[in-house]
Write a new protein. Structure first.
Length: 57
């Protein structure tokens, strides 16, 4: 049985001041590929279970 990892991403697309936000691709990609190479089962989720917006920056 493969080890499992849950990665929780933000579900917010805007900060309180109105500026856009989201999860940052390089912050996920680097550990994601290391985990895949190590044969870890990865589940991506957001706290409310909705789509996690990608930061456009």
């Amino acid at each position: 049985m493969a080890p499992k990892v849950l990665v929780v991403l933000t579900s917010q697309s805007k900060m309180n001041n109105g500026h856009p936000t989201g999860w940052y691709l390089p912050e996920l990609a680097h550990p994601y590929y290391d985990l895949v190479k190590s044969r870890v089962e990865i589940t991506l989720a957001s706290p409310p279970g909705c789509e996690a917006p990608l930061d456009q920056a």
